[in-house]
Design a protein. Structure first.
Length: 367
């Protein structure tokens, strides 16, 4: 059975991590996987998989509706005997589904969550029904993402299966004490932290303001912000204006932030929009209590008062209140225990991998 993943590229991101995890976790000798990217460059994870022997193809999409791309994918399907096209995100689905028309190749569409509703009724009423006729399975990475497909793309609810993202539990190679020392954080300091692209959609402005509002009550605390992006300068200015420069650390982008994540006593995610955050799952795998907004799939990962606390989207006072509340030792211990338990039950990479393998086998058997 030959499965080809169709995606934008294989740079470093949530969708790309899912594809990488599916491929690297494939234990079925009867399933052969490859990747077809519709944008260039391939990206570091793509290069890594290519070096490991995974066939990767890049055909850069041209501006507008690229009919030649449809032809390129169709040619690749026929020449390589592709049995299943697994299309990740909407645009790769459009090209993959159309390329599969009048072939025996089965099509899966997986929506990964960063959802921006399209107001075009033509797309919803004309194009989507056509694509669905060419598609054998639709999956979403959260119930929230599934509902978005129903509400904005008019895809029937009964036809969408939820398969949550999963990751392998993180392994910490540097001790918490050592990494704290490297970051110039004292051993007794309570650490809030976040790892995310510095982007308006991640709403770090609200997070920083919430942190500033609790520093008078929690003097021995710091906020560590890992990541880079367009908001870096404006966030630094905000921190200066709030006079909390000595309590906030910007690390910039860190390629492998596991040891830094392990320093956090509490992980923060203030997103305005989210699918299933991989970093949130990573924090859970390390037993970190999490404070999140109820955006997207966050509230499906974090159960309020079980493995963390959930506030309303963009609710500064609610977010700050949860930050103040979570610092008690009893909360930390309970949430930490529950985080690991829920991770193993629901978000371990093995569960996700088996979910997709089951679909592949069903479609191939019914071909």
């Amino acid at each position: 059975m030959r499965v080809m993943h169709v995606t934008f590229d294989m740079r470093i991101g949530g969708t790309e991590m899912v594809i990488k995890n599916i491929i690297e976790g494939n234990t079925d000798a009867n399933i052969e996987m490859s990747i077809f990217c519709i944008e260039a460059p391939l990206g570091p994870w793509g290069e890594e998989l290519k070096a490991a022997g995974i066939e990767t193809t890049t055909h850069e999409r041209q501006p507008g509706f690229d009919t030649k791309l449809i032809g390129a994918i169709r040619k690749h399907i026929k020449e390589n005997g592709i049995d299943i096209l697994h299309c990740h995100q909407y645009t790769p689905w459009v090209y993959g589904a159309l390329a599969s028309a009048f072939t025996k190749t089965k099509v899966i569409f997986t929506e990964h969550g960063r959802f921006y509703p399209d107001s075009s009724s033509r797309k919803r009423k004309v194009i989507n029904p056509l694509l669905l006729n060419l598609t054998d399975r639709v999956t979403a990475i959260s119930k929230s993402t599934k509902q978005s497909l129903v509400n904005y793309e008019f895809i029937p609810e009964h036809s969408i299966q939820v398969i949550y993202n999963g990751i392998a539990p993180l392994t910490v190679k540097v001790s918490k004490e050592e990494r704290k020392s490297e970051l110039s954080i004292s051993e007794s300091t309570f650490v809030f932290g976040t790892i995310a692209r510095l982007d308006p959609i991640k709403n770090q402005i609200m997070m920083i303001k919430a942190f500033a509002s609790i520093t008078s009550k929690l003097e021995n605390t710091t906020l560590v912000i890992v990541g880079d992006g367009e908001m870096m300068e404006s966030l630094r200015i905000l921190v200066d204006d709030l006079e909390i420069t000595d309590k906030v650390k910007f690390t910039g982008y860190i390629p492998n932030p596991t040891s830094t994540l392990n320093v956090f006593d509490v992980f923060l995610l203030s997103s305005l929009s989210e699918g299933t955050s991989m970093t949130l799952l990573e924090a859970m795998s390390l037993g970190k209590p999490c404070i999140v907004t109820d955006a997207g799939g966050n509230a499906e990962v974090i159960t309020h008062n079980v493995n963390g606390l959930v506030s309303r989207n963009n609710d500064l006072m609610g977010f700050a209140g949860n930050m103040n509340r979570v610092t008690t030792k009893s909360y930390i211990q309970t949430f930490s225990h529950n985080a690991i338990k829920l991770f193993n039950e629901k978000f371990n990479v093995l569960i996700m991998q088996e979910g997709y393998r089951k679909i592949y086998r069903e479609l191939f058997t019914n071909a």
